[in-house]
Design a protein around this ligand. Structure first.
Ligand code: IMP
Length: 197
């Protein structure tokens, strides 16, 4: 597949778009769903990160005729047997509120000696040639006792990456998070693949 000059990111999450934009080379224009005239909720009904990432990317390619990639991310907590995992967005209910999700997580982990966790992202690329390729990225860390920081989104206020200095992702700048994050690592795999062709 010849390297595309523009690629749509199949997500309505503006935070993810903000994180991904600085990771891409200037030669690759990033299109949002709004840019391609897509204003609908994307289907996300699979029970794996891989399945959901593929489903979103393939849906956009099929219905809007553009090459695109999608990301699906889960927070996997050891003491909770990998939960909330693929259900991270609706952990505390269908309203998908980050505050509620974080509150439920802290409640579930109360008194737990093991607070280790990891973020895992799967990026699926639906190419113009009809192929789909997947790229994974993860970052290990632990869940803080209380939320700290105002940056980032989702579970960032309670996630302390092992490779950091004790700050949560929400206490880091976007650039700092991008140096070690699950999403940046998955996108790095995508970029390597695009450069190989
Ligand atoms: P999804 O990939 O948009 O389905 O995200 C699943 C859940 O994980 C949502 O609740 C997001 O807010 C959360 N999430 C996704 N990526 C991140 C991240 O980089 N930091 C913190 N929370 C995230």
């Amino acid at each position: 597949m010849p390297a595309p000059t523009q690629l749509c990111f199949a997500s309505n999450n503006a935070h993810k778009l903000d994180e991904i934009r600085p990771l891409l080379p200037p030669s690759l224009a990033l299109l949002s769903l709004a840019d391609i005239g897509c204003h609908e909720e994307l289907p996300e009904t699979q029970d794996t990160l891989e399945g959901n990432a593929r489903q979103k990317a393939e849906y956009v390619r099929q219905h809007y005729g553009v090459a695109c990639f999608a990301d699906d991310t889960g927070l996997e907590v050891t003491a909770l047997d990998g939960a909330p995992g693929v259900y991270s967005a609706r952990y505390a209910g269908p309203q998908r509120l980050a505050e509620d999700n974080v509150a439920k997580l802290l409640q579930e982990l109360a008194g737990s000696a093991d607070r280790s966790a990891r973020f895992r992202t799967v990026v699926a690329l639906a190419g113009a040639d009809g192929t789909v390729h997947e790229f994974a990225g993860e970052v290990a860390g632990h869940i803080a006792e209380h939320g700290r920081g105002t940056g980032g989104f989702g579970y960032d206020p309670v996630f302390v990456p092992a490779e950091g200095d004790g700050r949560t992702f929400a206490e880091m700048s976007g650039t700092e998070k991008n140096l070690i994050s699950h999403r940046a690592r998955a996108v790095a795999g995508l970029l390597t693949f695009l450069n190989e062709d």
